[in-house]
Design a protein around this ligand. Sequence first.
Ligand code: GTP
Ligand code: MG
Length: 458
Amino acid sequence: MTNPDDTIVAISTPPGEGGVGIVRLSGPEAIAIAEGIFRSSRGKLLATRGQQVFHGHIVTSAGALVDEVLCVVMRGPHSYTRDDVVEINGHGGAGPLNAILEETLGAGARLATPGEFTLRAFLNGRIDLIQAEAVIDQIQARTRANLQAANAAASGTLSRQLQTMGETVLALLARVEAAIDFPEDDLPDLIETPLLAEARAARDTMFAMLKKSDAGCLLREGATLVIAGCPNVGKSSLFNLLLRDARAIVSAQPGTTRDRIEEYITLAGVPVKLVDTAGMRQTDDEVEQIGVRMARETLQTAQLALLVIDGAAPPNPEDEAIFREFQSLEIPIVVIRNKSDLVAASAPPAWALDATDTLALSALTGAGLEELENRLGSLLLGGVNVAADEALINRLYQKDSLRRASVCLERFLVDMTLSPEFLAVELQEALQALGEITGETTPDDVLEKIFGAFCIGK
Ligand SMILES: Nc1nc2c(ncn2[C@@H]2O[C@H](COP(=O)(O)OP(=O)(O)OP(=O)(O)O)[C@@H](O)[C@H]2O)c(=O)[nH]1
Ligand SMILES: [Mg+2]
């Protein structure tokens, strides 16, 4: 991995024009390099203890003015990376920021790789891997719920839980190793009751975390929800209703929607891409045919399908044909019996009983909307309850590691009369797997890949 003695630099604000832009330096020479290109209005950067802000100008070695700036100096360990950090706040634009960057490079800094500042925070022990991943989640949060969960993970909620579990497994391992060294003692006698209780609690926590991990992945990645069905059943009306905006054209004429229309909504905290599609029917109209094909393609990438039918019209065999087609997609299908305002009560057609769920609704009056949103929300989250600020395992590799740790610990707990050598291997594997989540045992190439996914300057 990269040399920790280098002083690294990058433009930390996004490209484009803005009120201010930040060039960030981190490393042993950060303050000295900044001092060399900075003409301070008052005071020396190098004299900083803790954190301090300086006004002044960045100048070239020939003394030419580059930009008027504020320098924020943060002495390690009181900084993002724990190394000395200087953030030069200049005018937000490619011209001034690139010019400042060039001066720092000329003075001995090296261009940072993507995520290298956060990597340093990790390598310097300020955050673990799960907190580093939470930093990406904070930046990419699309909903308030996303942000709250990311904030909780970044503050170390999950890290502490994983650490406690790791300590328990380590304590068990010590007893098992004692049993190997002193074969005359039985292992179960070597394990105190409280430690055993801790181990069971750790296993239960692992299972509980795993149970919520699918919801965690979904909350982070979002879901695609497709509205489909026969022409004129009210798909676009439902789309608009969920969106609370008259986005798609609604008309009494069948075949109104020909394009795929996408908008974003939030359901139970999950960022959801909502897609309205062309009514599915045999048609000679070329444009409409393309629309129908697009509807089918979109369904291939969806996590959930809403099949809208006209609940006030006589049964339409086409509805069932579409439903059977959707079933092969193996995603939940919710059948919406629309236009409930036109009939006293509509019973679901027999085939709809094979659907994940069905309910009556009026896209015209909005009756049934709240019920629909609640059911969709819990369907998406797989029925688990997630608190708004709950930090969850939300990446597949974390889930896989946690699953392996739980399996090993469970094997240990199920039969402690097995040979201690065998049990020791199980516990070591559990430790290894837990360490892959916190980053303690993560191989360098995997770390590089994870941090490489960060943006430059973070
Ligand atoms: N009474 C009543 N009419 C509705 C309801 N939902 C939709 N409509 C009407 O049904 C007609 C078709 O609605 P759309 O939302 O355009 O239907 P669609 O499924 O998108 O139609 P296409 O895009 O042509 O496939 C319009 O005249 C709507 O006003 C409802 O819940 N009750
Ligand atoms: Mg439509």
